[in-house]
Design a protein around this ligand. Structure first.
Ligand code: ADP
Length: 295
């Protein structure tokens, strides 16, 4: 059972204003959590719930939203509070009214410019100081001075190990090991900056607010090659062409991006294999083959 009373008290104490719920509306659309709008006496909030053992996931989400907010280049929902309420973990976010009709071209231009500005924010090392999740899979965020070893060990290597545990070693291990050994080939004349990344930048994780201002949410942040974010924008549904034009005008992509795009998206397809099962296996196999053919 969930204790709404605990959540209400936490909102009241964090906002220093007495909050009470007038009504709750379930919200669809998320992949991982159940979500509600809390319509209250003072404000509306957006709440995500999961089992109590997922509290660290919400802690990391709040910290990730804060890190992007700190950069002050693109709008993200403010995390109000998180914790355990009865048998559920929760996170309460600022509610933002999304304007579904306004996937308008000038908003897409702003989105491109603002994502470019976010990628212009850099860290001194790759990774991040805390782990988070990608979907519900752990995403390890060790701090590393080498991008190649970070991507090898903490991204592709980790998902390949998980895939082996899930029974796909026979199909993936040989080519996976070969790819990991040859990873430096993709970076012979390219050393990426450690850019602030959203980390899960697919089309379901951005929207425009009522004024048409871009908003990104549900991040899996770390510092890394900005090509990893851009590759993911192309993966599930794609972003509007105005987005890419505006992004490139602000921060031109490296000419070698096309050779690394599959390398970055393989991480997410492996994650889908690990989360959702064998329907993604043939895509993983063909991506591995394509990458080995490029070497
Ligand atoms: P999940 O973590 O389960 O994937 P999301 O964070 O993607 O959930 O949220 C699910 C849906 O809820 C989104 O697609 C979006 O439409 C809506 N949503 C997310 N955050 C907010 C917010 N702060 N205010 C209003 N709606 C939101």
């Amino acid at each position: 059972m969930i204790s709404w009373e605990t959540i209400t008290q936490d909102i009241s104490s964090q906002t220093q204003s007495s909050f009470s719920i007038i009504s709750k509306q379930p919200v669809g659309g998320g992949n991982i959590n159940s979500a509600y709008l809390l319509l209250g006496n003072t404000q509306t909030y957006f709440v995500k719930l999961n089992t109590a053992n997922k509290l660290a996931m919400f802690e990391a989400e709040a910290a990730g939203l804060q890190e992007i907010a700190k950069a002050n280049v693109i709008k993200v929902p403010r995390a109000v509070c998180y914790g355990i309420a009865g048998q559920s973990a929760y996170i309460v976010l600022e509610y933002i009214e999304f304007n579904s009709r306004s996937k308008a071209s000038n908003s897409a231009v702003d989105l491109g410019r603002q994502i470019a500005a976010m990628h212009g924010v850099t860290g001194s090392q790759y990774g991040w100081h805390r782990d988070n999740t990608i979907g519900s899979t752990p995403q390890l965020n060790h701090c590393d001075s080498s991008w190649v070893s970070f991507w090898c060990e903490y991204r592709l290597g980790f998902q390949l190990q998980l895939a082996a545990k899930n029974g796909y070693a026979k199909q993936l291990q040989h080519n996976g090991d070969k790819l990991l050994a040859d990873l430096p080939v993709f970076f012979e004349s390219y050393v990426p900056d450690a850019s602030l990344l959203h980390g899960d930048l697919w089309s379901g994780n951005y929207a425009y607010d009522a004024q048409g201002e871009p908003v990104i949410f549900d991040p899996a942040i770390y510092y890394g090659d900005r090509e990893a974010d851009i590759a993911m924008t192309e993966l599930f549904g794609g972003f509007p062409s105005q987005f890419y034009q505006a992004y490139n005008d602000c921060f031109a992509m490296d000419v070698g991006y096309s050779s690394r795009k599959t390398l970055y998206n393989l991480y997410h397809i492996l994650n889908h294999l690990n989360l959702f099962g064998g329907g993604y296996l043939s895509q993983c196999e063909s991506m591995l083959e394509q990458l080995l053919n490029e070497i």
